[in-house]
Design a protein around this ligand. Sequence first.
Ligand code: RB5
Length: 142
Amino acid sequence: MIALASDHGGYVLKQAVIEHLKERGMGYKDYGCYSEESCDYPEFAKKAAHAVADGECECGILICGTGIGVCIVANKIKGIRAALCHDCFSAAATREHNHANILTMGARVIGTGLALKIVDTFLDTPFSDEERHLRRIAQIED
Ligand code: RB5
């Protein structure tokens, strides 16, 4: 199950991500927002990030105008490793090296085509499981 959230700035891109996940046959839970009406990104980012931290969802995708606000919010929650990615290299590297469990993107920064490629890269890249990465990730939680 993939946790999704956005604010008004990310709503339209989140709808495209939802359609894409449906085409891929992947389960998701949408923690809001549910329209383009102006709202506050922390409310929705917190709900989705807690769902990942609590194990309700395996990973999450959070979208706002820049991807920055939702990333800051998510990374304040224990156990969350959220990565802001606007290219496929970063999306693959953050899964392999940081075992990121949340992808964040800015809908005002990249187009839908690239965003969906980044989603695929993030979801399809496994953690490398190498000792040095496990060690470093453990140090994040210290
Ligand atoms: C909303 O205007 C905008 O501030 C928000 O989507 C996001 O970019 C915040 O980081």
